[in-house]
Design a protein around this ligand. Structure first.
Ligand code: S3P
Length: 197
């Protein structure tokens, strides 16, 4: 069908029947891996963290792949894992912050996929990352704020291609999930009614 959710960035809600996957994009520290499982739970779908997929396939954590084998190798592994994951159905996928900026990746999001950009400022991203156990080699540099700002400036054009845009700056993960589900009406509306019933 030609009216897949990819074309619905503006106002029209996605058609729940044709929705097969949600892909969460955004900068490191946006909350993708926190919000993703919560959303999957609400939808009764499976959560897939692309970094975990890559780590599972490679047999070592992402930060070790990047440090030991280099960023280019990580990008290749990420690309391979991403292509496989984007064929799965009834999944919420959190991709790493660099995935949408790689050539051809956003084009993989076909009909049936709704992409959600979780927006975060560089400063808030760094504050959240400081509290997180996950290491981000790209930000383990002399001036993390300047690096985050310049990375985000280059990536924003790709993140912008997401169907939905959700500000996470002053929202708790629960509030972010609520904001996303609200945009998925009538599907989200039903879920919300179920919860308060
Ligand atoms: C990266 C983001 C990380 C991870 C890797 C590179 C990036 O994922 O894929 O460290 O290039 O922005 P998160 O966005 O989940 O932190």
């Amino acid at each position: 069908m030609t009216t897949g959710v990819r074309a619905q960035r503006a106002d029209s809600p996605p058609e729940p029947d044709s929705l097969e996957r949600l892909v969460i994009i955004g900068f490191m520290g946006a909350g993708k891996s926190t919000v993703g499982p919560m959303l999957a739970d609400r939808l009764g779908w499976t959560f897939v963290d692309l970094d975990d997929e890559v780590a599972g396939r490679a047999g070592e954590p992402v930060h070790e792949i990047i440090r030991g084998r280099g960023l280019d190798t990580f990008r290749r592994l990420e690309s391979e894992a991403g292509s496989a994951v984007m064929r799965r159905r009834r999944v919420v996928v959190a991709v790493g912050g660099g995935w949408p900026a790689q050539p051809g990746h956003m084009e993989l999001l076909a009909d049936g996929t709704l992409s959600v950009w979780l927006r975060v400022s560089p400063a808030t991203a760094l504050a959240r990352i400081a509290e997180s156990a996950t290491r981000r080699p790209l930000l383990e540099v002399a001036d993390p704020l300047a690096t985050a700002e310049s990375l985000l400036a280059r990536r924003r054009q790709h993140y912008r291609r997401g169907d939905l845009e959700i500000d996470t700056e002053r929202r708790t993960p629960d509030e972010v999930v609520g904001a996303i589900l609200k945009r998925l009406t009538p599907c989200g509306g039903d879920l919300e009614r179920e919860e308060t019933a």
